[in-house]
Design a protein around this ligand. Structure first.
Ligand SMILES: Cc1cc2nc3c(=O)[nH]c(=O)nc-3n(C[C@H](O)[C@H](O)[C@H](O)COP(=O)(O)OP(=O)(O)OC[C@H]3O[C@@H](n4cnc5c(N)ncnc54)[C@H](O)[C@@H]3O)c2cc1C
Length: 386
């Protein structure tokens, strides 16, 4: 077992951190508040090969895995620029296409994704919620095309991406009654695909949309993998999404704790720095411990995914990492805000604006309750409640 970080990973961290530091949290915030996008940062990450670091070299990637993408994702967030679209584009979509796409599809989409093209991911539906067996958006074969009908909700970044990977139902398993799922790559400007913005209280450049597929025609060669085998494919892609989601949380945690520790060392109100008081230092130390535990589990989860570990083992670690990281990220941010006193609420200190995003990561890409269900049932063997 090797717990020290490799020289390559350390170099990758430094390179991504230095690149992102040129932009910094003020840039992120200005874009988020003005309705702009972090395009320059995203494109520079793409040009330098960081968004494609986990993709195979023959398709323009860096030849690494989710472990490397996790480093990129965390470092970007640790500089105060958490980028949600890394989760969907570089993690889930790219991983699913790499693993299940045919040769033509890989050649068509992976080099672009490695350079920084964006592909978003659409599984959530208003009525299905956390239950992917109830996905109701249908894809019906009609000659050379499939016709998609249904509604997706909270789909991030549709306005920034050319394509999206859409989870549909193409049949029903007669024994279980569960939907048989199939994945399609759909152009975001396809005719009869409508979208409406869902306003949220998250301060981030990415926007969320409700999508209406009103008989959208998708060429049959846009089917990724086997028809009806989409659930297995989605589950494979959800681990990278959870791992990179965890990295956004730990990155926010690192960003917040670094600011808090610096402030607690400097700020003096009773003649000594406030960090002298254990009422201030202990919450920061506790948050740091939680953060490092979460980072350890996240590293393990990425390693298991990259080493093709047993599906349940890899899934368990990714779920646990996501849970622990979301909690740790929030605790770090909360402790950092408290350490800043009134300044914790001031825009100038760049902390409170991250609350919505840090809080979101308790809900998405998988909610803490669904992680607890997984651990209770799969790990502890407890009866299923639903
Ligand atoms: C900002 C944002 C961005 C998003 N981006 C995307 C995206 O790009 N693509 C995409 O497909 N989706 C996206 N989502 C959707 C997100 O993944 C879902 O919101 C999340 O998985 C929870 O599903 P839900 O909202 O339908 O909650 P529901 O399933 O309605 O659940 C509501 C609450 O009940 C709890 N609950 C439900 N069932 C159980 C149970 N059996 N046991 C215990 N508790 C339960 C849940 O944990 C949750 O707290 C995004 C959401 C947000 C808010």
């Amino acid at each position: 077992m090797e717990f020290s970080e490799s020289a390559e990973h350390q170099m990758l961290r430094r390179a991504v951190g230095d690149l992102t530091a040129k932009y910094g949290h003020e840039y992120f915030l200005e874009r988020a508040r003005s309705g702009g996008k972090t395009t320059e940062l995203w494109n520079e990450l793409g040009r330098n090969g960081f968004l494609g670091v986990g993709l195979p070299e023959e398709y323009g990637g860096g030849g690494g895995g989710i472990s490397e993408l996790a480093v990129v994702c965390e470092e970007v967030a640790a500089q105060g620029c958490p980028l949600l679209l890394i989760l969907v584009s570089a993690a889930i979509c790219a991983e699913v296409i790499t693993r299940f796409g045919n040769e033509d599809q890989k050649r068509a989409w992976l080099p672009g994704l490695a350079r920084g093209d964006k592909m978003v991911f659409a599984i959530t539906e208003p009525d299905a919620g956390s239950n992917s067996h109830k996905v109701a958006t249908t894809a019906t074969r009609d000659g050379d095309v499939y016709r998609l009908r249904g509604t997706k909700t909270y789909i991030s970044g549709v306005d920034e991406a050319d394509r999206m990977l859409v989870v549909t139902r193409t049949g029903v398993d007669e024994i279980t009654g569960h939907a048989q799922l199939s994945l399609f790559v759909v152009d975001t400007d396809a005719p009869r695909l409508e979208r409406t913005l869902i306003p949220t209280e998250i301060t981030a450049p990415e926007r969320q949309f409700q999508l209406f597929f009103e008989d959208v025609e998708v060429p049959a060669d846009r089917l990724v993998g086997e028809e009806g085998a989409g659930l297995r494919q989605v589950f494979f892609g959800l681990n990278p999404e959870r791992i990179t989601g965890a990295c956004i949380s730990t990155g926010i945690g690192r960003y917040a704790l670094a600011k808090a520790a610096a402030y607690a060392r400097e700020r003096s109100v009773w003649g000594v720095p406030i960090g002298t008081h254990q009422g201030v230092s202990h919450p920061l130390a506790t948050a740091k411990i939680e953060l490092e535990l979460a980072r350890l589990m996240t590293t393990k989860a990425a390693w298991l995914h990259d080493h093709d570990a047993d599906r349940n083992v890899a899934g368990e670690a990714a779920n646990m990492a996501k849970y622990a990281a979301a909690e740790a990220g929030l605790h770090c941010l909360d402790a950092a805000i408290q350490t800043h006193g009134g300044n914790g609420m001031a825009s100038e200190y760049g902390l409170a604006d991250l609350w919505g995003l840090a809080r979101l990561l308790r809900i998405a890409p998988v909610s803490r309750e669904m992680v607890l269900n997984f651990v209770a049932q799969q790990t502890l063997g407890l009866p299923k409640s639903y």
